[in-house]
Design a protein around this ligand. Structure first.
Ligand code: HEM
Length: 612
């Protein structure tokens, strides 16, 4: 047995890659591809095997074989656009939360609270907030996560990463334009159509990238159909978006607006929240929870019920509700109500299937788990509220308040935020808090625990849901509700900052590696993006080459320590009008002696004098 065969399931990825650089190629084959930086995330091999669905014995055998490879055979670490594609999407999601999304929602809520009326806030503002949350916050996180994780889970690479990326600027532009269209309504239909078209193109790009990635992978898995269904709901929501804008923003009269809202608001939001977000979350849970936390895999029968039950109830619910409301046939609405029981059954049964609240081994636990557990508790609360809605309306709301309309806006809004903030947002916060440090090469178990975010988000949402229902009976509850949004925003700001810091750490790691790009011999590689100072630190003798090409400032030790640290070879060439290819060739071809890395380059005194 040689030394290489000491690679075991307990070994941490970075330690292994550091000792046996050739093993990274094997991890790449199973979907590592730049995740966690050049040496992979700080996780054990057993965890990697489970997450990437590779039999551990096979993985260990291949790793041990590759470990004995000659250092010169080791491929260079060259991260590509697809390797960190989640980053700009997640950043856009965080930015949305802190501006048009939750921040705007909190301002709306404060206005409602202070004026003690749900109609006190401009409805266009509510619509703009809701749209930014669904297409922006939920959309960006779903896109970023899917682009990053889907190809890796399937041991392939992302189909056309540059095209995939364009979904981001398109979606940002579409959402911003749509926000303006809401603010300018009713004179903004054309702007809305333009905004909706751009967003639809973005969704089509996203959906086709995922479908084509799956096709090239040829590795069908149980959760795939959830992803496809969520993509289908996303497309439907994108196509329906301008229609809904017209119905809600451009209704001819108040009666028409009330009819449109009563008939189409619930179905449209169901397509968005249940169709896009909940279906995708259920699919991601299926892939992530058993593989990342070692939880039990739901039975085949439950997986089937989960898929057909949820998608069936959304579809039937949407059709029956629209038909019932527009025809006045109450039987259709009763059947629609029955579909909500399926959602409640899913919410109760799914965490049981995973044994989500059972013991999880110490080494599998991390900061994301508490959010994921809380999310499933909120899912049960939200679906129980949904089932209870007609009972509340007829048996509690109407008799106590004397209302003639069997619909409490307060109760339904409370249900909606139990689902959106409690389940959808909590889940996104939990999963992102787990994957971002992992992908950035930060040890998730040593990272910030995010307890303040967890407590504030739950406290804020609990206050919001309970006080919003209480506004039906006690006007004083409005003021409590009014401030609850800011509790959530503070929690989310802490979370956003933490993720941002994790991503920055990952970026730094990559920069360092791209600067210290090494091949199997541990040798430094010079590329157009390499900083001038790094070249000189590694190969002080190359100073002469720079000077020959007219880079005067590098002769000055102070400028070498300052300016040269931030200027890349490419930038320096542009600045000095030097041919990049020629310089690179010369730098790379110079016979490099093994000079100590830290030695100061020696500049002839006369040369310094002439340059300065
Ligand atoms: C800090 C978090 C949030 C705050 C303070 C907030 C605030 C509000 C307010 C004040 C309303 C209007 C009142 C009402 O109808 O009940 C509203 C509506 C809405 N919000 Fe939020 N929200 C938050 C998070 C979210 C999230 C995470 C989502 C989606 C994932 C979301 C989606 C919606 C939707 C769909 C509506 C209904 C719009 C309609 O009437 O059609 N919100 N939100």
């Amino acid at each position: 047995m040689n030394e290489a065969e000491k690679i075991t399931a307990e070994m941490f990825l970075p330690e292994m890659v550091q000792r046996y650089p050739a093993t990274r190629a094997v991890l790449d084959l199973y979907g590592l591809h730049g995740c966690g930086g050049p040496q992979g995330p700080r996780e054990q091999l057993g965890w990697f095997a489970r997450l990437h669905d590779v039999p551990i014995e096979k993985l260990l055998r291949e790793l041990n074989e590759s470990a004995s490879q000659a250092p010169s055979d080791v491929p260079e670490f060259a991260p590509s656009i697809g390797d960190t594609i989640y980053r700009p999407f997640f950043l856009a999601g965080i930015a949305t939360v802190l501006t048009l999304g939750c921040m705007w929602g909190a301002i709306n809520l404060l206005t409602i609270g202070l004026k003690q009326s749900f109609t006190a806030v401009n409805y266009s503002w509510v619509l703009a907030h809701a749209h930014a949350m669904v297409f922006g916050f939920v959309g960006f996180f779903i896109m970023g996560f899917a682009y990053q994780a889907f190809p890796r889970f399937k041991h392939t690479s992302l189909w056309r990463p540059k095209l995939a990326f364009t979904a981001l600027p398109l979606m940002i532009a579409g959402i911003l334009l749509q926000t303006v269209a809401h603010l300018l309504s009713p004179s903004s239909l054309q702007l809305e159509i333009a905004a909706a078209t751009i967003q639809t193109i973005s969704v089509i790009i996203f959906a086709s990238t995922i479908v084509m990635t799956a096709r090239q992978a040829k590795k069908p898995e149980v959760y795939d159909r959830f992803v496809y269904a969520a993509l289908g709901w996303f497309l439907l929501a994108a196509v329906g978006n301008p229609v809904v804008f017209k119905l809600f923003e451009l209704a001819g009269s108040r009666e028409q607006l009330l009819f449109n809202l009563a008939t189409f608001n619930i179905p449209y939001r169901d397509v968005q929240l249940l169709g896009i977000a909940v279906v995708m979350i259920l699919g991601v849970s299926l892939r992530l929870l058993p593989h990342a936390y070692g939880l039990r895999e739901p039975s085949r029968a439950w997986q089937g019920f989960l898929f057909w039950g949820v998608n069936g109830s959304i579809l039937a619910g949407v059709v029956l509700f629209i038909a019932g409301m527009s025809s006045g046939n109450h039987w259709l609405l009763i059947v629609q109500w029955l579909t909500t029981f399926v959602l409640l059954a899913v919410a109760i049964g799914t965490p049981r299937q995973y044994r989500l609240f059972g013991p999880v081994p110490e080494n599998e636990r991390d900061r994301g788990l508490k959010f994921i557990r809380a999310a499933y508790v909120w899912f049960i609360i939200a679906t129980a509220m949904l089932v209870f809605t007609p009972i509340y309306n007829f048996a509690i709301y109407m008799p106590i308040t004397g209302s003639h309309v069997p619909f409490s806006h307060a109760f339904f809004g409370a249900y909606r935020h139990a689902l959106t903030v409690g389940f959808i947002m909590m889940m996104i916060v939990g999963v992102s808090s787990k994957v971002v440090p992992t992908l950035s090469g930060v040890d998730v178990r040593r990272a910030n625990s995010l307890w303040p975010t967890f407590l504030l988000l739950n406290l804020g949402n609990l206050t919001r849901v309970s006080s919003q229902i209480a506004t039906d009976f006690f006007p004083s509850a409005y003021s409590v509700m009014g401030f609850s949004g800011f509790i959530e925003v503070v929690g989310l700001t802490l979370w956003g900052y933490e993720l941002f810091a994790n991503m920055r750490a990952g970026k730094k790691l990559e920069r360092e590696t791209s600067v210290h790009e090494q091949n199997g011999n541990g040798r430094f590689r010079i590329t157009p993006q390499t900083k001038v100072a790094d070249v000189l630190t590694h190969y002080p003798q190359l100073l002469q080459v720079f000077l020959r090409h007219g880079f005067g400032p590098v002769a000055n030790p102070v400028l070498r320590k300052t300016m040269a640290r931030v200027v890349t070879i490419e930038q320096a060439c542009r600045r000095e009008g030097v041919d990049l290819t020629e310089l690179l060739a010369e730098l790379q071809n110079v016979e490099i002696s093994d000079q100590p890395a830290n030695s100061e380059p020696v500049v002839p005194i006369t040369r310094i004098a002439t340059i300065q």
